[in-house]
Design a protein around this ligand. Structure first.
Ligand code: PLP
Length: 461
C-alpha cells in the first residue's frame, strides 16, 4: 500500500533519476548487510549520518596510503616525520580552503566540534550569547564565562528580533555562537544576517557547522563570520578529528587548550615553578602528539567534497528530502517537527527530519525499524533537550540522509513507518536496560568488536 502511495507522489521520478548521483563519491560500507529478526539479512539502510557518517572510500584509501609513513609531527628529522609534518600542514590548508577561510585565519585541529567549542570557550574574552535551540555542544561550552541564552520564537523573524534585542540591551557580548543547521530539523539559520546583527553590536560569531559542513558550503569569509567549528566524523572522515577555524588574535593569547609538548617554545624551571613561552596558535592549542591520520583524513574529505558541496551534494539531498517528506506525509499519525513556523533563511534545509508517530514511543519505533527492517535512525532528544522539550515535550525519531542515501532507502523507511503506524509489527518489544529492544532478539552479533551490543548513552534520551 505504501509503495502505491509513493509512486503517486510527483517528486518520485525526479528523485529516482538522482541526476547528480553518479558524480558523488562512494562511501565505505555502502553494501553492508545486517541481520533482521526474521533470520534474514538486508542491506543496511543508514539513516543516521547526522550522528556520524561513514568514511568516503577516497578518505579510507588515503589513510591506508599514509599508514606506512606514520610518524611524529614537527619533532623529528626522520623521513616519516617530514612526510607526516607536511601531511598535517597540507590538511590544515585543505580545511581552510573548504570553509573559505581568510588568509590570516588559523585552523586548529581538535577532537571534534565539542572540543573545538571548548577551545573557543577558553579564548573568548567576554559574555557569550546562544539561542536555546542549540545542540548541547554549543549550549554547554561556556561554563567558565558568562553565558546568556535567547529563547527562539515560533518564527525566524521573532528569533532574530529577540537576538537583536538581547545584543542591544546588553552590548557587552563578545560572541554569538549559533548552529548553521539544526541537528533536529535540518533548518538552516541565516548566518550572514546573524553576523550583521552580532557585528552591529560588537560581538563576533562562531558557527557550529557540525551539521552544515557535510551538506552546504561553509563560507567563513563570504558570511563575514569569525569562527567555524566542525567534526570529521560527520564529514565522512571518522578518524577522531575536528577543527576550529577563525580569527587568530583570541586564539594566540588564550590559555593553551591542550598544554604540553609541541605547544611551547621553551620551558624553564624558575624556583618551584615552570616558566613557559607558549607558541602562537595553532600549536599553542595542540599539545601532545597530533592525530596525523585524522588530519590527513579530514584534509582528504575536504578535497573530495570541495568541488561538490556547492551544487551536487545539495541537489542529491534535496531530491531525497522531497521524496522523504512526501512519503512521510502519507504515514498515519506522523508529525514532522520544525523549529520555525516561517521558513528559516532561504527555506532550504539539510535532509535531516525528526518526527513523532502518534503515541508510539520513539524508542520503540527506532527498535522496530532496526530489528525488522535493517534501518538505522536515531531516537531520543538528540543532545538538544531544550528544543525537544519545546517541540514534543519528550523524545522523537530522527532520520538523516547523506551521500550514502538512495531513493530506495527513503522508500524503505516510509514503507516501514507505515507498517509500524498501522500496528503491524512483526515482532514483540520490551524495555531492556532502559531501551526498547526486540524480545527475543535472535540477531547474531556478527560484526567486529566484543559481540555485545553497545548501550545507548544518556544524551539521546
Ligand atoms: N553541534 C551539532 C549541531 C551537532 O549535531 C553535534 C553532534 O551531533 C555537535 C555539535 C557535536 O559534535 P561532536 O559530537 O562531533 O563533537
Amino acid at each position: 500500500m505504501t509503495a502505491a502511495l509513493l509512486t503517486d507522489t510527483p517528486c518520485d521520478v525526479a528523485a529516482d533519476r538522482a541526476p547528480h548521483r553518479a558524480e558523488l563519491p562512494r562511501v565505505v560500507g555502502a553494501d553492508l548487510s545486517v541481520p533482521v529478526v526474521d533470520g534474514s539479512r538486508v542491506r543496511y539502510c543508514d539513516l543516521d549520518s547526522a550522528a556520524s557518517a561513514p568514511a568516503l572510500e577516497a578518505v579510507a584509501a588515503h589513510v591506508a596510503e599514509v599508514l606506512p609513513y606514520h610518524g611524529s609531527v614537527h619533532r623529528g628529522a626522520g623521513w616519516t616525520s617530514r612526510v607526516c609534518t607536511a601531511l598535517v600542514e597540507d590538511a590544515r590548508a585543505d580545511v581552510a580552503r573548504f570553509v573559505r577561510a581568510r588568509a590570516d585565519d588559523v585552523v586548529v585541529f581538535t577532537r571534534n566540534t565539542t572540543d573545538a567549542l571548548g577551545l573557543l570557550a577558553r579564548a573568548v574574552p567576554g559574555p557569550v550569547v546562544t539561542l536555546d535551540l542549540e545542540h548541547h555542544a554549543t549550549l554547554l561550552a561556556w561554563r567558565h564565562t558568562e553565558h546568556r541564552v535567547v529563547r527562539a520564537g515560533r518564527t525566524l523573524a521573532a528569533t532574530l528580533d529577540a537576538l537583536r534585542t538581547e545584543l542591544t540591551e546588553r552590548p557587552d557580548a563578545a560572541l554569538v555562537a549559533v548552529t548553521g543547521a539544526s541537528n533536529v530539523t535540518g533548518e538552516l539559520l541565516p548566518i550572514p544576517e546573524i553576523v550583521r546583527i552580532a557585528h552591529a553590536a560588537g560581538a563576533r560569531v562562531c558557527v557550529d557547522a557540525a551539521q552544515l559542513a557535510p551538506h552546504r558550503r561553509v563560507d567563513l569569509a563570504g558570511w563575514g563570520a569569525d569562527y567555524v567549528a566542525l567534526s570529521g566524523h560527520k564529514l565522512y572522515a571518522p578518524y577522531g578529528i575536528g577543527a576550529l577555524v577563525g580569527r587568530r588574535d583570541w586564539l594566540d593569547t588564550a590559555e593553551p587548550h591542550l598544554a604540553g609538548g609541541g605547544a611551547v617554545g621553551s620551558v624553564a624551571v624558575d624556583g618551584d615553578r615552570t616558566r613557559t613561552e607558549w607558541l602562537p596558535a595553532p600549536q599553542r592549542h595542540e599539545g601532545g602528539t597530533p592525530n596525523v591520520l585524522g588530519s590527513a583524513a579530514l584534509g582528504a574529505a575536504c578535497r573530495e567534497l570541495d568541488p561538490l558541496i556547492d551544487e551536487d551534494v545539495p541537489a542529491h539531498e534535496r531530491a531525497l528530502l522531497r521524496r522523504l517528506r512526501a512519503g512521510l506525509a502519507t504515514v498515519p499519525g506522523l508529525r514532522v517537527l520544525s523549529v520555525f513556523d516561517d521558513p528559516a533563511g532561504s527555506g532550504d534545509r539539510t535532509a535531516t527530519v525528526s518526527f513523532t508517530l502518534g503515541e508510539l514511543p520513539a524508542g520503540l519505533v527506532a527498535a522496530a525499524l532496526s530489528a525488522e527492517h535493517g534501518i538505522g535512525v536515531r531516537d531520543g532528544r538528540f543532545c538538544a533537550h531544550p528544543l525537544l522539550e519545546r517541540l514534543t515535550g519528550g523524545d522523537a525519531v530522527r532520520a538523516s540522509l547523506g551521500l550514502r542515501s538512495t531513493a530506495s532507502d527513503v522508500d524503505r523507511l516510509v514503507h516501514a513507518l507505515d507498517r509500524i503506524a498501522r500496528r503491524e509489527p512483526g515482532w514483540t518489544y520490551a524495555i531492556v536496560d532502559g531501551r526498547w529492544a526486540p524480545t527475543p532478539d535472535p540477531r547474531p552479533l556478527d560484526g567486529p568488536g566484543s559481540g555485545r551490543p553497545g548501550a545507548a548513552r544518556g544524551c539521546g534520551h
